[in-house]
Design a protein around this ligand. Structure first.
Ligand code: NAD
Length: 219
């Protein structure tokens, strides 16, 4: 991750910039103007300039941005030059979908181990990922040096499993359950709540109409 502290909204846009720069690079493009970048990623150019300013002057006036150096820069910032293994806890409806998806768009993150309490699914391989019983979670997380976990267990089990993850040394939890889990200050939680996102979108449309159409609801 970047050394400098950057706003959360900026951090969320970095992977979007990175993905588009990758496409440009693979298509052999050497430079990109801020207008072109803005149209492609649907973020206004003032926001892009402000985002990039947190990392120092990366563009040149009248030239735009050098695709390769910008790409290399984001690759380092986003740790795209190394693979991070993550775990998934709860291989039900949502868990299966995430295992099947397994972040194919990026080469830098993959779910390498899944865990479930259900004996019928533990000790099987789902979408190419081994599913272990919960009793093996701590050991596997340590062997595989995993410190990020995706939580897709039922609401009632969320806090208990989060506690187990913390005890196993996990440093980051992506929480798909609708409850806010409690963790020590040393552990980071990212909540993903589809219902919330949808309600925010509807709120923006109701209050601002198409004015807000091109703005991310997470800004
Ligand atoms: P599900 O019932 O299909 O799957 C849950 C899985 O967790 C099952 O395989 C079950 O065996 C396992 N499990 C139960 N207790 C466990 C424990 N203590 N330890 C390990 N594994 C355990 O549920 P689902 O539809 O996949 O939803 C999972 C969670 O994701 C729920 O909390 C749900 O509310 C939430 N959800 C979130 C979103 C979202 O947008 N964030 C969308 C859908 C579902």
């Amino acid at each position: 991750m970047a050394e400098a502290k950057i706003p959360k909204a900026t951090a969320k846009r970095l992977p979007i910039y990175y993905r588009y720069l990758n496409i440009l690079f693979n298509a052999g493009k050497q430079r990109v103007s801020s207008t072109e970048l803005s149209e492609a990623v649907q973020v206004d150019s003032a926001t892009i300039r402000r985002d990039f300013s947190y990392f120092g002057a990366l563009g040149k006036r009248g030239y735009g941005y050098d695709v390769e150096s910008l790409l290399n820069f984001f690759k380092k910032t986003l740790n795209q030059d190394r693979l991070t293994n993550v775990a998934l806890i709860g291989v039900g409806n949502l868990g299966h979908a995430l295992l099947n998806y397994n972040f194919r768009q990026t080469n830098s993150v993959r779910i390498s181990a899944a865990f479930d309490i259900n004996e019928e699914i533990a000790n099987t391989i789902q979408s190419g990922v081994p599913v272990y019983p919960m009793a093996e979670m701590k050991e596997q997380l340590q062997i595989q040096q995993i410190d990020v976990a995706i939580l897709t267990v039922p609401i009632d089990d969320a806090q208990k499993v989060a506690d187990e993850l913390v005890a196993a040394g996990v440093k980051g939890i992506m929480n798909f359950t609708p409850i806010r889990i409690s963790v020590p200050a040393t552990v980071r939680v990212q909540n993903v709540d589809l219902a919330n996102e949808l309600q925010t979108l509807i709120y923006f449309l109701d209050h601002y109409g198409s004015e807000a159409a091109n703005q991310s609801t997470t800004d």
